[in-house]
Structures are given as C-alpha cells and as structure tokens.
Ligand binder design. Structure first.
Ligand code: TYM
Length: 371
C-alpha cells in the first residue's frame, strides 16, 4: 500500500517528493537549471531557493527555446469550487514572478465545468460565481492586465471546445482511465474533461496562428493532466507543454495539504484577519506538553505547521527564518509567541490582499476572455 496519495482531487498522507518524482516520471530542478533561470530572471524567487518549486518537465527545453529567441506563454488555473486559500496563491505568486522575468503572456483557466462535474453538491451557477470570486484573487497577485487572460470554461467554451475535441479525438478512454482511475460509474462529463484542461496548452498557438511553447507552473497534483496533453501534442502538430511543479503548503492541522474541505485548518483569502489569527492560535505545532518542558527540551520545527507557514510564504528573510528554527529547537521560542508572530504576519497579509482584491472588482472585465 502506498503511504501517500497524490491525484488532482486528493492529496493524502505525508508526501515523499523524491518518490513522487520517480513515480510521475518528472525531473528534480537541479543547480545547473537554477543558474540558467537566474541568468534570465536576474534573481531566483524564494520558492526556488527553498525547494518549494522543485520539479519540472522540459523546463530546460523552454529555456533553450527562449535563448533561441522563441518566447513562451504561461498557463495555469483554478477549479472554482469555493474561495481561494493561501495554498492556491503559491503557484500564482510564482507565475507572476515568471511573467515579470520573461515578459510572458498568461492564460488562466477557471475550470467551473470540472468542479460542477466532480462535486455532487455544487450547482453550475455557483461554480461560475466562484470563477469571478477567484479571479479577484488572481488579479490581486498583480498580473499585467495587458498580458493576462482569464477565462471560464463554461463561458469561453466556443473557443476552447474546438481545441478540446481535437485532443479528445486522439485520447482513448483506456488512457484517461489509467491516468485518472475513471470507472464505469464515472459520469461522461468527467471522462471528457481532461481534454478541456489540455486545450489551453494549445489554443493560444491556434489564436496566434503559430506554434508557441507553453510553460505551466502548478503544484504537482495537476501533473496527471499533462501526461495525455504531452502525448497528444505532436499528433496535433503542437509543442509538448512544459511544467514547473511545487510542493503543497500543509494545513494548520497535523499533516496533509491545505484543503478547503477542512476550513478550520485552512486560511482563505476572504477570512476576516481576526478569524484567520484564531485558526493559527489553534494550529498543530511541534511543541511540548508544557512550557517548562519546552524550555528544557526545545520544540520540533520539522513537524510544526506554524514553521511551515513561515517557510513557504510568511518569512522572506532566510536569516529570520533560521532564527525561528534555532530558537524553537533550543527552547527559547515557545509556541504561543511563535503563533502570535505568524498571526500578525498573516493578518497584515490579508488586509493588504483584501484591499487589492476589492480594487480588482473595478478591472476584472479587462482580464476576462469572452467568446
Ligand atoms: P485547484 O483549484 O485544485 O488548485 C489551484 C492551484 O493551486 C495548487 N494548489 C496548491 N499549491 C500549493 N499548496 C497547496 N496546498 C495547494 N493546493 C492546490 C494547484 O496545484 C493548482 O495549481 N484542475 C485545476 C484547475 C486548472 C489548472 C490548470 C491548475 C485548470 N488548468 C493549469 C494548474 C494549471 C484545479 O482544480 O486546481
């Protein structure tokens, strides 16, 4: 039995990322690749330096193309089944860094169809409504309105469908069954859906009338979608899409990724700052039973969700992060104070993000692609 599971719909157990890379057949981002990226981007993003973006498919090929003068476009997305949480922001913040570094266009897919088809309890209109709610969070990340195109699958279907059926024609049921585990009882919408998620790898090339390389930044749970997309690409005369994969920010509970299905361990971008602070004060830590014991023996940052939040998103300074690690281990820093420190940072972040999110309401139509 595998000790962990990673699919586009479920992440369970303690993920062994080295094993996952072997299982999925992707490659670790090595030092040489980081150096090449740094040369073009000017600076490595914290997510690269800390190994949060850690794996890739064909990113070296994307850089070859770029160096030969062929620019790539970025493609990423969101399944709008509810409000955005801070885990979703990780690939988006990184995508913004890539947009700036490479002056790249971004196509952002909102798979309201996917969420409607997969979730029994979600009405179609609610999924479409969340497309617009989530788009505010995307815009709040600071993307360039002239180079960023957000679209709802349902509302942009006329354009997407033309490419999706090309993909579907060359993808067998056996393939998607093997990749996604579909069963006889799976609804037929779900079985077709991988062709919809593949379509944005290619339709920008169709729109522009020339082949353009595609780079997809996302967490590694989305990788199964790219396998059939990459198989089909040469059959349709397109380049294979390349990927950069990140790890999962955990929830505030014990183990597991941040997931909206456990709202008490999840920080949503729409949470009232005080409510988010409360969740943090209840977080699972690597602390001891009593303060006295912690002062004597120290805490364990390696299993602590609060430390992970500093590591992933909320402490940019390596020096300060190292200090948190060291003083936790030697018992100087106790969990109550550490949680308060994180809560203050998260509150500030939310106030700022929510201000940008409000402003995004005035410009959202500039970002949306319509048929
Ligand atoms: P969704 O809505 O499940 O997730 C949106 C993005 O967030 C990433 N993600 C995380 N990253 C870090 N830590 C976490 N705890 C965490 N949880 C989720 C996901 O990998 C994803 O990048 N089917 C997709 C929507 C989609 C898409 C795409 C995503 C359509 N086209 C292209 C990426 C790239 C979905 O439901 O994502």
């Amino acid at each position: 039995m595998p000790r962990f599971v990673v699919t586009p719909w479920e992440v369970k157990g303690k993920v062994d990322y080295d094993k996952l890379v072997k299982q999925f057949g992707t490659k670790l981002i090595d030092h040489a690749l980081l150096k090449r990226l740094e040369k073009h981007a000017g600076k490595l993003h914290m997510f690269l330096e800390r190994g949060i973006f850690f794996s890739h498919r064909d990113f070296d090929w994307i850089l070859n193309k770029y160096e030969e003068g062929e620019k790539f476009f970025l493609y990423t997305g969101r399944g709008p089944s509810g409000h955005t949480h801070v885990g979703h922001l990780i690939p988006w913040i990184f995508t913004k860094y890539l947009q700036d570094a490479f002056d790249a266009e971004l196509y952002f897919q909102m798979t309201d169809d996917e969420k409607f088809l997969f979730r029994r309890d979600l009405d179609l209109d609610d999924a479409i409504g969340f497309t617009y709610e989530n788009a505010l969070d995307v815009i709040a990340c600071g993307f360039d309105p002239k180079k960023t195109f957000i679209f709802s699958d349902v509302e942009y279907a006329k354009t997407l469908y033309k490419t999706a059926i090309q993909v579907a024609k060359h993808t067998t049921f056996s393939t998607v069954k093997a990749v996604f585990g579909f069963k006889g009882s799976s609804n037929i919408g779900i079985i077709f859906f991988p062709a919809m998620q593949a379509a944005p790898c290619f339709f920008p090339s169709v729109l522009k009338g020339k082949n353009i390389p595609c780079l997809i930044p996302a967490a590694i749970d989305q990788d199964p979608y790219w396998r059939p997309s990459r198989d089909v690409a040469p059959k349709l005369g397109f380049y294979k899409p390349a990927q950069l994969h990140c790890k999962f920010i955990p929830g505030l509970g014990k183990g597991g990724k941040m997931s909206a299905s456990q709202p008490e361990t999840c920080i949503f971008t729409t949470d009232a700052p005080e409510a988010a602070a409360k969740k943090i004060m209840n977080a699972f830590t690597g602390g001891r039973g009593t303060v006295k014991e912690q002062r004597e023996k120290g805490g364990n940052p390696d299993i602590c969700s609060v430390y992970q939040y500093f590591y992933f998103l909320f402490e940019e300074s390596d020096k300060k992060l190292g200090e948190i690690y060291r003083t936790c281990k030697n018992g100087e820093l106790i969990c109550g104070d550490c949680k308060k420190m994180l809560a203050e940072k998260v509150k500030k972040f939310l106030v700022d993000h929510q201000r940008k999110r409000e402003k995004a309401k005035n410009v959202i139509q500039e970002f949306m692609l319509k048929d």
